[in-house]
Design a protein around this ligand. Structure first.
Ligand SMILES: [Zn+2]
Length: 182
């Protein structure tokens, strides 16, 4: 059975947010279209405490309980079965959804009979990459939906490089138009 993992589609990662990804909000309508094609949809949220060491590398973002940490208002959140919170300690970056601390994502998915995991969201070169590589390591057949992700591109080309790295690790890159109901 397949599931969709929506990574960090939060206000702070969209244009106008504390760490806005260029075109970050463009993934929202694509993801909204994808959700009804999956029997199970889960999401991750970056969920940092104030004063996290993570903010030495990045401008403060997605602080627990803040508006910036909310999911994008246009995301069809009613279809999300469970939200996994990561980066919740002051010492960790929490790039991967598999580092969630409120519940173990791999165990949850396996308990639901999920074998194939499709990854979408933000950002290609950090949390999407870390989540997809961890999904692969955890034994899921892993797909990244190329038109449903966007990159920070701190250095030009980082997003492309990340996609290549994922493909090299065994992750399948797929277009949303190639995904059907089963
Ligand atoms: Zn973060």
């Amino acid at each position: 059975m397949k599931a969709l993992l929506i990574v960090d589609v939060q206000n702070d990662f969209c244009p106008g947010g504390a760490l806005g990804v260029p075109g970050g909000d463009k993934v929202v309508p694509v993801i909204n279209k994808l959700m009804p094609l999956f029997p199970l949809v889960v999401a991750s949220k970056d969920w940092h405490p104030k004063g996290s060491v993570h903010f030495k590398k990045w401008p403060p973002h997605c602080v627990q309980g803040s508006k910036g940490a909310d999911l994008h208002p246009k995301l069809d959140a009613g279809r999300i079965h469970k939200v996994f919170l990561k980066g919740t300690e002051s010492r960790d970056d929490g790039y991967s959804a598999f580092e969630a601390t409120n519940e173990d994502l791999a165990e949850f998915l396996k308990g639901q009979g999920i074998t194939d995991l499709y990854v979408a969201g933000l950002a290609t070169d950090y949390c999407v990459k870390a989540s997809a590589l961890d999904a692969d390591r955890n034994g899921f057949e892993t797909f990244v939906v190329e038109d449903a992700v966007a990159a920070v591109d701190k250095k030009a080309g980082d997003g492309e490089k990340a996609l290549k790295e994922m493909a090299h690790a065994g992750v399948t890159l797929i277009a949303s138009s190639e995904i059907g109901k089963d």
